[in-house]
Ligand binder design. Structure first.
Ligand code: SAH
Length: 225
């Protein structure tokens, strides 16, 4: 089956799984997921699964990307903050739906590969930064929407502070890889309200920045799983 046919099958499966937003489905359709994966995984690009992207990290499962993106209810004029650029796949989906995406990644090597892919796709409304996402991006705050794609021990207060009034944040929370929940946080004048979207499994949101020797570019095909 061609990659195109597999992509159509994936979109139909997402629809069947309850993703109803045509904007979200069409953004997912526009992004070639294979471009965000090592060559050895291209044939699996449209399977509904998480896959390795190097540095021990993973590209999220399409159904989770769709669920999180839909929960954000992004409007075209909005400014979005993403924590955990990873491959840049979720970033690309967000870029199709919003005015501008700011995305922070801990690994310089992953951020650089993501930047090259986003350039190749001519998605120019994206700004990437290397650093610890726990701190958010104070110079660009407030954000209408915030998405965190690694599991936090608790909801970081600095991110809540950088959320605009009526802002929405989606974040996986949990100490244990087997007990994480995806939380939707809505900010209003009275404070924040949280709701539970799904049980999930993400790599951890790690505190602090990395020494350079742990963050070198890995040759294609030799990525750590
Ligand atoms: N959205 C990504 C998923 C990447 S997995 C994609 O579509 O490919 C989560 C990413 O979060 C990893 O790349 C990991 O390195 C990064 N990460 C973990 N802790 C972080 C932190 N404190 N600050 C920024 N990025 C972090």
């Amino acid at each position: 089956m061609s990659l195109h046919a597999r992509k159509i099958r994936l979109i139909m499966n997402l629809r069947r799984a309850g993703i109803t937003s045509t904007e979200v489905l069409s953004a997912i359709e526009k992004v070639p997921r294979e471009l965000f994966l090592p060559a050895s995984f291209h044939d699996q690009a449209y399977e509904d699964q998480a896959l390795p992207i190097g540095q021990g990290q993973t590209i999220s499962q399409p159904q989770i990307v769709a669920l999180m993106t839909e929960a954000l209810k992004i409007e075209k004029n909005q400014k979005v903050l993403e924590i955990g650029t990873g491959s840049g796949y979720q970033t690309a989906v967000l870029a199709h739906l919003s005015r501008r995406v700011y995305s922070i990644e801990r690994f310089r090597s992953l951020s650089q590969s993501a930047e090259a892919r986003l350039q190749e796709l001519r998605l120019h409304n994206v700004t990437l930064r290397v650093g610890d996402g726990h701190k958010g991006w104070p110079e660009q705050a407030p954000f209408d929407r915030i998405i965190v794609t690694a599991a936090a021990k608790e909801i970081p207060e600095s991110l809540v502070n950088q959320l605009a009034p009526d802002g929405i944040m989606v974040i996986p929370v949990g100490e244990d890889a087997n007990e994480q929940i995806l939380v939707k946080v809505v900010k209003s004048e009275g404070g924040i309200s949280c709701s539970h979207l799904a049980d999930v499994r993400f790599v951890p949101l790690v505190k602090g920045t990395l020494p350079d020797q742990e963050d070198r570019e890995l040759p294609q095909g030799l990525e750590q799983a």
